[in-house]
Write a protein that binds this ligand. Structure first.
Ligand SMILES: Nc1ncnc2c1ncn2[C@@H]1O[C@H](COP(=O)(O)OP(=O)(O)OP(=O)(O)O)[C@@H](O)[C@H]1O
Length: 578
């Protein structure tokens, strides 16, 4: 009920559309009485009293009223559609806005395919409660009351007989509506899971092909799709039993009504016209009841979808996104003080980490895979917050600073350079919305990317393709470096690519990185000996613990884990430091 109220409240944001739609529904409904009324007049007055002069006027009134009803129906459909589109747009935009404000942690446990399913399918399904559900339910209740009122006016005794099937139908449909709700929920969840698999498989289509696991991928998809079918079939099976039952009860009622009607006509207690009018009106009385099937399905499915949409909308925003301190400027002094962090309840991923970077220094993070290097960067961006300890920037605790401000000061070049499927210009402008083309070209020059961009047929207007697929790995890296250069942030987080590049590209990327690193504090996850050697401080992480720190020469002299790691990891470094 609370969900229904919430959807109703949303509808009130469009008072004109919803008001007009309801007004049309009410007027259309009142006009349903024309047909039984006209029929009775034909039987009792025109035929009964032999009044041929009334045929044309009565038929004209009837046809006019039916025409008006259909015209109003057309208008009602128009206002309904317009309301539906507006509501869908409103909720989709609210949902998308919410998704952008949710913490990164939330996305760890919600797959993209499932989220897409909520935005694409659940929003319109929830809206159907309003359009088909509430509007039609109000019209149906009204139609029912008007027709019952009309019947009572003709004969309250026959009306009582006509209504006998009603309680049975009400009990059956209420029972089914309750029973089918969890079934629809399961069907909806199965659809989301199917979407998640589809999204995942399409994103990894190259891996699927490269490992020739198409049959296994197909099998997973087939299984998930079959599950959707099975879950939906369970509801359909129930419906296939319940709705014929409802029709049986309703139609048996006609026989009962005609039988009693005939009895009272023979006893001269009722006119023939009244019985025929009852018969015509019966159609309008049970029309809303026969629509209960679709209506209850719309309500049940809609409530399930609305629950899923509201669940996202009710998730708390990422804390401190806009609130918090916004210092004048950042000099880039970073200090981790006894920082520990864990993604889950298990063993800490970062354990009592204390390290410092002076403004303009480059700190290289090295360590075996899974040692926690990326996690350190995740803590600096505040995608996650430490479980204990403090991170200070220019002496200010990070958790008191506005996240928006902090992220404005950061350049983050990830290992997998991500480009959006839009023009290069728009991809680069993400870093600085108002950058001129001259500034963009300067950044591209410094990133050693200007050459290949200029050679592309559309230059800055070249579309990058999905995930930047139009460009090679080395090109994408240089484009993301250009993006970071354009932003010119005081603090740079850099996850060096591990992918082997040819010597020339390697040199070009290295030069670009050196341009990027100069004059700013830089935390780099280093995979190249040259980067490590040039770093002001090297921090060696082992299972989330800082085991050694110092310069390259100091750590080599120490002969500890760094020296061993250096030997093992950088032995074949294609570009040893000068
Ligand atoms: N979002 C996450 N949820 C749960 N555990 C995670 C998450 N991200 C990373 N981990 C775990 O935390 C540990 C440290 O991961 P992290 O990515 O920081 O290591 P890394 O040193 O950067 O590794 P690599 O060099 O392979 O990128 C790993 O055991 C990893 O499985």
């Amino acid at each position: 009920m609370a969900i229904l109220k919430r959807i109703l409240r949303l509808t009130f944001r469009f008072p004109l559309q919803s008001g007009l739609s309801l007004a049309m529904a009410v007027t259309c409904t009142v006009l349903v009485l024309v047909l039984p009324g006209v029929t009775m007049r034909f039987v009792d007055v025109i035929i009964g009293q032999k009044r041929p002069d009334l045929i044309i006027p009565t038929a004209s009134v009837g046809i006019g009223a039916i025409l008006l009803r259909q015209l109003l129906f057309t208008l009602r459909t128009y206002y309904n559609n317009s309301l539906e589109l507006k509501l869908t747009h409103l909720i989709r935009v609210e949902l998308y806005d919410k998704l952008q404000r949710l913490p990164v942690k939330w996305f760890d446990s919600n797959s993209s395919g499932e989220i897409m399913s909520r935005v694409a399918n659940d929003v319109p399904t929830a809206n159907r409660i309003m359009i088909e559900g509430v509007d039609q339910a109000i019209a149906a209740i009204l139609q029912f009351l008007i027709v019952v009122g009309y019947m009572c006016w003709l004969s309250w005794q026959l009306t009582l007989v006509t209504l006998i099937p009603l309680p049975f139908i009400a009990v059956l449909t209420t029972w089914w509506s309750r029973r089918s709700e969890p079934m629809w929920r399961e069907s909806s969840e199965a659809t989301s899971a199917l979407n998640a698999i589809l999204h995942d498989n399409l994103s990894g289509i190259r891996q699927i092909k490269a490992y020739t696991v198409e049959p296994q991928a197909l099998e997973t998809f087939d299984k998930a799709s079959r599950k959707v079918g099975e879950k939906t079939m369970t509801v359909m099976r129930g419906q296939a039993l319940v709705w014929p039952g409802v029709s049986f009860i309703a139609e048996s009622g006609i026989i009962l009504m005609v039988a009693f009607g005939a009895h009272w006509v023979l006893a001269d207690q009722l006119s023939k016209g009244a019985v025929i009018s009852f018969l015509v009106a019966w159609g309008f009385l049970f029309d809303p009841i026969s629509r209960i099937n679709t209506l209850s399905q719309t309500f049940t499915k809609g409530i399930v979808s609305a629950e899923r949409v509201f669940k996202i909308l009710d998730t708390p925003d990422e804390a401190n996104l806009t609130e918090g301190i916004r210092p004048e400027r950042m000099t880039g002094h970073v200090r981790f003080e006894n920082v520990s962090f864990s993604y889950s309840e298990e063993a800490p991923t970062i354990n009592d980490l204390t390290l410092e970077a002076q403004p303009g220094e480059t700190v290289a993070l090295v360590g075996a895979t899974g040692a926690g290097k990326s996690t350190v960067l995740n803590l600096l961006t505040r995608f996650y917050d430490p479980t204990s300890g403090h991170i200070l920037i220019d002496g200010v605790p990070l958790d008191t600073i506005s996240k928006e401000w902090l992220r404005d000061q950061l350049g983050y070049v990830t290992q997998e350079s991500f480009l959006f499927n839009t023009t290069l210009r728009e991809n680069l402008l993400l870093a600085k919305h108002d950058a001129s083309d001259d500034e963009i070209w300067a950044a591209l020059e410094a990133a050693n990317a200007a050459g290949f961009v200029r050679a592309s047929p559309d230059g800055l207007a070249t579309v990058a393709g999905e995930r930047g697929g139009r460009f090679s790995g080395g090109e994408k890296q240089r484009l993301s470096i250009a993006r970071a250069l354009l932003k010119n942030p005081p603090l740079l987080l850099l996850d060096e690519a591990t992918s082997a590049l040819d010597n020339k590209t390697e040199r070009l990327v290295q030069e670009a990185l050196e341009n990027l690193r100069s004059d700013r504090t830089c935390f780099v996850i280093a995979h190249r000996l040259s980067t490590v050697q040039k770093a002001d401080r090297i921090c060696v992480l082992h299972h989330g613990t800082l085991v050694e720190q110092g310069t390259h020469a100091e750590l080599i002299r120490l002969g500890g884990s760094y020296a061993k790691l250096c030997e093992a990891t950088f032995a074949n470094d294609p570009r040893p430091a000068a």
